[in-house]
Design a protein around this ligand. Structure first.
Ligand SMILES: Nc1ncnc2c1ncn2[C@@H]1O[C@H](COP(=O)(O)OP(=O)(O)OP(=O)(O)O)[C@@H](O)[C@H]1O
Length: 585
C-alpha cells in the first residue's frame, strides 16, 4: 500500500524526483571523488614537495567540493518540495474522501482515528518520502562506489571492508527487527490517546457533573504511560545505536591505521592511498547506517499507509447518481413508499413498511416514544442514510437519483443535536445561503425568536468587541445556551429558504411560550413549503395537517389531532401522559 500510495501521489512531481536523482548522483560522485584527490595531493604533492601539483589538485578539490555543496542543497530542496506536496495532496484526498462519507462510514471508523489518519499518518508517509528521496540514490552509489574505490586504493586491506560492513549490518538489522513491532504499537497508542483525549474534551461537562475527573485522569494516564513506555523503548534502542555505530567506525579506523601502517612501513602502499582507503571505509559504513535507518522508518510508514489506504478505498454507502434526474415540479412534496431501514450490522430494522406523503403547504408531524425511529425516518430524506428497502421520493423522483446540490438545496434540516461552527453568527446563518442579506438573516432570526438575544449579544472586549450578527460563536456553539443554539440552528435552516423543512425535535429546549410564538411565526415564513416536524410535545403538533404515530418503527395511526384523539389508543396514551383532562377538553 505504501508503494502504491507514494507512486500515485508522487506521479505529478516526476520531474522534481528526476532532479533529485540527478542531483543526488552528482553529490555522491563528488563525495566519492574527494578522497582520491586527497590521496593524490599527499602522494604526488606533499610527499615529493611538488607545490604546483598541490595547488592544481587543491583547486580541483575546491571545485568538486563546491559542486557537492550546491547539488546537495538543491537535492534536499527538491526532495522537500516533493515530500511536502505529496503530503498535502494525500491529506486533501483523505479529507475529501471523509467529506463524501455518509453517517455510516463516519460512525464505522470513528472521528478520532479519521483525524489521526489525515494528520499524523500522512505526516509519517510524508517523512518517509523525504528520507527516501534523500537516501535512495546516495546509499547504493556510496556503498558500491565506496567499495570499488577503497579496493582500488589498496586491495590488500579490502578484507577490512568485508568484515566491518557485515558486522555493522548485522547489528543494525537486529536493532531494526526490535524496532519494527514497537513502531506498530506506537501508532495504535497514538490512536488510543487521541480517542480518549477527544472523548474527554467533548464530554468535559459530564465528567465534571459526575465527578469522574479522577477516573478519567487515570484512564488518560494509562494511555499516556503506554505511549511513553513504547517511546522510551524506541528511544533506548536509538540511543544504543549511536555508540554502537561510533564504536564500529572507530574500530575500523584503528584497524586501518594499524594494519595500513605496517603496509606503509613495508612499502606496499602510499600514505595518501591509505588515507583515502580510510575515508572510503567510513563512507561505506555511513551509507550502510543510513540504509538501515531507511529500513527503520519503513515499518511505521507501511502501517500508516495501510490505515490511509483503508480510508481512501472505502466507498460511501450513499452514492451520487451518475446522471442526476431533474424533477418536473419543484413544489417539494415528500413521499415514502414501503420504506424499511436497518442500521448496518443491525439484525432488526428500525423502520418497517413506512408509507406516507407530506404535501407542500402542509405540516406533517411525527410523534412516538423514544427510540421509535423518528430521527431515522427524517434522516432518510436528505440521504444521511439510504433506505434498505422501498423508496423515498422528492417531487416524484427517488432521492438517490437527485444530484447532491439539488437535494441539499431542496431540504433544510434542523438536527436533533444542534451544532454550530466556529465563526460569527452571520457565518453560521449563511451556511446554506452564502448570499443572504442582513435583512434575510434578521427575518429568519425574528421567526426563530432569536433576534432579541442576537441584537444584544457582544463578544470580545474594547475595540475588537463584535456585536450582533458579527458576534463570535465557538466551535460546536458552546458559548450560547442550549435553547439559543437550537433557535440559531432553526434560523440557519430558514435563511436558506428550502422547499422542505425538517425539524427534528427542534423545539424541545424552548419554553412553552417561545415554542408557541415560534410556531406561529413559522407558519407564515414557511408558507407553501413542506414542513415535517418530529416532536415529543403534543402541544407542538396539535395544528399539524397530518400526524403520524410511530411505534417500534411502524406507523400505527395517522390523522389530525382530533381524529387521532378519537381513534388512536397510542396517541391517546401519549396525550394523556402530557396534558391534563381539562386541557384535552
Ligand atoms: N447510528 C446508529 N446505529 C445503530 N442503531 C441506531 C443508530 N442510531 C439510532 N439507532 C437505533 O435506532 C432506533 C431508532 O432511533 P431514532 O434515533 O430514530 O429514534 P427516535 O424516535 O428519534 O428517538 P428519540 O425520540 O429518543 O430521539 C433506536 O433503537 C436506536 O437505538
Amino acid at each position: 500500500m505504501l508503494w502504491k500510495l507514494v507512486r500515485h501521489y508522487a506521479a505529478p512531481y516526476r520531474t522534481w524526483v528526476l532532479a533529485v536523482v540527478i542531483l543526488q548522483t552528482a553529490t555522491t560522485l563528488a563525495t566519492l571523488y574527494l578522497p582520491s584527490l586527497n590521496a593524490d595531493i599527499i602522494d604526488n604533492g606533499v610527499a615529493v614537495g611538488d607545490v604546483d601539483h598541490i595547488w592544481r589538485v587543491g583547486g580541483i578539490m575546491l571545485i568538486v567540493a563546491l559542486v557537492q555543496l550546491v547539488t546537495a542543497v538543491a537535492a534536499v530542496w527538491f526532495g522537500a518540495k516533493v515530500a511536502m506536496s505529496v503530503g498535502r495532496d494525500m491529506r486533501r484526498a483523505v479529507y475529501s474522501k471523509v467529506d463524501s462519507f455518509s453517517s455510516e462510514e463516519v460512525g464505522r471508523f470513528g472521528a478520532p482515528t479519521l483525524i489521526t489518519r489525515s494528520t499524523n499518518d500522512v505526516q509519517q508517509v510524508q517523512m518517509t518520502v523525504l528520507m527516501t528521496l534523500n537516501f535512495m540514490v546516495m546509499v547504493p552509489i556510496m556503498s558500491i562506489g565506496g567499495i570499488i574505490m577503497a579496493v582500488r586504493e589498496d586491495p590488500g586491506l579490502s578484507w577490512l571492508v568485508w568484515t566491518s560492513v557485515p558486522v555493522l549490518l548485522t547489528i543494525l538489522l537486529i536493532l531494526v527487527r526490535m524496532l519494527m513491532p514497537l513502531f506498530q504499537r506506537m501508532q495504535d497508542a497514538i490512536d488510543a490517546i487521541n480517542g480518549i483525549m477527544r472523548e474527554q474534551i467533548m464530554g468535559i461537562r459530564v465528567v465534571r457533573a459526575y465527578r469522574r475527573e479522577r477516573h478519567e485522569t487515570a484512564r488518560f494516564a494509562d494511555a499516556n504511560a503506554a505511549l511513553t513506555d513504547i517511546s522510551v523503548r524506541i528511544g533506548r534502542l536509538f540511543v544504543l545505536m549511536g555508540p554502537i555505530v561510533t564504536l564500529i567506525l572507530h574500530l575500523a579506523t584503528a584497524a586501518v591505521l594499524w594494519f595500513g601502517g605496517h603496509r606503509v612501513d613495508q612499502g606496499l602502499v602510499d600514505v595518501g592511498a591509505l588515507t583515502a582507503f580510510m575515508q572510503y571505509l567510513l563512507q561505506i559504513l555511513v551509507a550502510v547506517m543510513m540504509g538501515s535507518f531507511m529500513f527503520m522508518i519503513f515499518p511505521r510508514a507501511i502501517v500508516c499507509a495501510a490505515r490511509i489506504g483503508e480510508v481512501l478505498d472505502t466507498e460511501s454507502s450513499v452514492r451520487e447518481p451518475a446522471s442526476p434526474r431533474q424533477p418536473e415540479s419543484h413544489a417539494g412534496s415528500v413521499e415514502f413508499r414501503d420504506v424499511t431501514f436497518a442500521y448496518p450490522g443491525a439484525e432488526a430494522p428500525v423502520l418497517a413498511d413506512i408509507s406516507f406523503t407530506a404535501e407542500p403547504g402542509k405540516t406533517t408531524a411525527i410523534i412516538g416514544s423514544t427510540g421509535s425511529g423518528k430521527s431515522t425516518l427524517i434522516n432518510l430524506i436528505p440521504r444521511l442514510y439510504d433506505a434498505t428497502e422501498g423508496t423515498v421520493l422528492i417531487d416524484g423522483v427517488p432521492v438517490d437519483e437527485l444530484g447532491r446540490e439539488h437535494l441539499s438545496g431542496a431540504v433544510g434540516i434542523v438536527p436533533q443535536r444542534p451544532y454550530l461552527f466556529s465563526g460569527s453568527i452571520a457565518d453560521n446563518l449563511r451556511f446554506g445561503a452564502p448570499n443572504a442579506t442582513e435583512d434575510d438573516m434578521w427575518a429568519a432570526l425574528d421567526t426563530a425568536q432569536a433576534s432579541d438575544f442576537v441584537r444584544v449579544r457582544s463578544t470580545g472586549s474594547g475595540d475588537s468587541a463584535a456585536k450582533g450578527l458579527e458576534s463570535a460563536v465557538s466551535q460546536g456553539g458552546t458559548n450560547v445556551s442550549g435553547g439559543q443554539r437550537q433557535r440559531l440552528c432553526i434560523a440557519r435552516a430558514l435563511v436558506a429558504r428550502p422547499r422542505i423543512y425538517l425539524f427534528d425535535d427542534s423545539f424541545s429546549a424552548l419554553d412553552v411560550t417561545t415554542d408557541m410564538k415560534l410556531r406561529a411565526a413559522l407558519t407564515d415564513y414557511t408558507e407553501g413549503a413542506t414542513v415535517i416536524i418530529v416532536a415529543q410535545r403534543v402541544t407542538t403538533i396539535t395544528d399539524a395537517d397530518q400526524i403520524l404515530v410511530l411505534e417500534e418503527g411502524r406507523i400505527v395511526s395517522r390523522g389530525t389531532h382530533e381524529e387521532l384523539l378519537a381513534s388512536s389508543p397510542t396517541y391517546q396514551e401519549i396525550v394523556a401522559s402530557q396534558i391534563s383532562r381539562e386541557e384535552i377538553a
